[in-house]
Design a protein. Structure first.
Length: 488
């Protein structure tokens, strides 16, 4: 079964990991003995090949401490390392920042350390040498790689080891003889589409959008500021792009040669825009180092109010007793996740309005809140879903694949059995172009009286209960059901 699951330790437990730090202070557990702050290094670092953007290195145990320890590592510029007391404080800060990341709010410190000390499914430890590549570096810059042993409590087992290196300096910029005839327009509230005709079919060029606030506050509000900041713009977008592991990969994937536009062999648009928001679109020549090879040209664009596609997702939900589920099928419902609490199963059903099969849902997103957000405009709700929606851990995105109704569900674990509260759900489906549809809204009362027998969990479909924004005048039949539906 192609299941969609997200572990949510609700309420006060959410803050547990975010408040946990890697410190050289006493802690408890069989894997924690830090009565003495470690001063002996446990690892060696040997540099491998490097480029302007990457550096490989091999970590090996320097002694028995390293041989028996997991290790974490980080890369820091030589200038920034001077702002820390020493490399030990830097590595502790690396762990602290990971723990404070909202994406890791559901993880224990042991789970977080396991994540940080695993590369491609293999633990990073001193049992045998490990070769690693650090990426997204700046050319011609002094760096340190810092490696340190830790235990599962997030406590150092040794002193950190650092290794200095310098990335390759880029050659001088070779300016391109390249001009553009181009437009960028908002085709709806979520998508900006580019049409570009370059003056030649040989030089690479790059185009993207910035929010107006970033353009004015960070880049001086002029094309020259964008040109000067292009390497950092490229680096920032490269790090945020799924499937991209280096800046050269990003430039190869996102640069263009020749005409681009609707109906042409190459089309280019940017989705996920905010409604009623001003953006600055830009285009310029680009080299393999992310530097502009021409002057930058810009256009200001404002997206319209929320304009939904015809992709629709309708939600339903049921509440179950986790202990009952564990008793019925402990393999399917592991006690560690389901035991001792309620859990809720949320199911989506996908459809299209107006029989518009071109807008068949390809993805969908789901957000839940403990307070009613239905007074907000659809555009504001959409941006909340984009920011706070449940994350697909496989991709790091809030957009999940829209698969068959029986195969697609979300389980919310860890709901206290003493609770008596209303959960508010907000969902949106996206068509194949990434354009969002109407915002679906649903609520369900969560208490012991709402619990359904575990024998009903596979019933399909659950009784549907959803409202859509009145702004879209969707006529959705409301069914008397097991849910209390919010009034909009």
């Amino acid at each position: 079964m192609n299941t969609m699951k997200k572990l949510l330790w609700l309420f006060a437990a959410v803050a547990t990991v975010a408040m946990t730090s890697c410190k050289t202070e006493p802690c408890e557990g069989p894997d924690c003995d830090d009565s003495v702050i470690p001063t002996e290094q446990g690892f060696n670092i040997e540099l491998g090949t490097g480029t302007a953007f990457e550096q490989s290195f091999t970590v090996s145990a320097a002694n028995n401490i390293g041989a028996q320890s997991l290790f974490v590592w980080g890369t820091v510029t030589a200038e920034e390392l001077l702002t820390y007391k020493d490399e030990n404080q830097f590595i502790e800060q690396v762990i602290d920042e990971m723990a404070a990341d909202p994406a890791n709010a559901n993880k224990t410190m042991a789970e977080l350390i396991t994540q940080m000390t695993t590369t491609n499914g293999v633990p990073n430890n001193g049992a045998e040498p490990r070769t690693i590549t650090t990426s997204f570096l700046d050319p011609g810059t002094e760096y340190y790689i810092v490696v340190c042993g830790v235990n599962l409590n997030g406590v150092r087992t040794c002193a950190a080891t650092k290794q200095y290196f310098v990335t390759q300096a880029p050659p001088p910029v070779q300016n391109a003889s390249l001009n553009f005839e181009w437009t960028a327009k908002a085709v709806n509230s979520a998508r900006i589409e580019f049409t570009v005709t370059p003056s030649n079919d040989t030089d690479k060029y790059y185009m993207y959008t910035l929010q107006l606030a970033d353009y004015t506050d960070r880049l001086g509000g002029n094309p020259a500021g964008v040109k000067a900041g292009m390497p950092q713009i490229v680096k920032s977008f490269a790090r945020q792009t799924p499937g991209i592991n280096s800046i050269p990969d990003y430039i190869k994937a996102m640069s263009h040669v020749g005409p681009v536009g609707p109906g042409l062999e190459n089309e280019f648009y940017i989705g996920g825009m905010a409604p009623l928001t001003e953006y600055v679109a830009f285009v310029c020549g680009i080299d393999d180092y992310g530097r502009a090879t021409t002057d930058v040209q810009v256009l200001r664009i404002k997206t319209p109010d929320y304009t939904p596609s015809d992709a629709v997702v309708t939600m339903s939900a049921r509440l179950f007793d986790g202990d009952e589920a564990v008793k019925a099928d402990p393999v399917r419902y592991p006690e560690a996740a389901y035991g001792g609490s309620f859990f809720m199963r949320v199911k989506p059903q996908f459809s299209v309005r107006n029989d518009n099969q071109e807008d068949t849902p390809a993805q969908w997103s789901l957000m839940w809140k403990e307070t009613d957000q239905s007074s907000k405009a659809d555009g504001e709700l959409f941006m909340m879903i984009e920011a706070d929606g449940m994350v697909d851990e496989a991709t790091g995105s809030v957009r999940w694949p829209a698969t068959g109704d029986d195969d697609n569900y979300t389980d919310l674990w860890g709901i206290p059995k003493t609770i008596n509260i209303t959960f508010y759900f907000y969902s949106v489906a996206y068509d194949a172009e990434g354009d969002p549809g109407p915002i679906g809204k649903m609520s369900i009362r969560v208490n012991k009286d709402s619990v359904k027998p575990i024998s009903t969990i596979d019933e399909s479909p659950y009784t549907r209960a959803a409202h859509y924004s009145a702004a879209h005048r969707m006529a959705v039949e409301q069914k008397e059901a097991e849910h209390k539906v919010m009034s909009l």
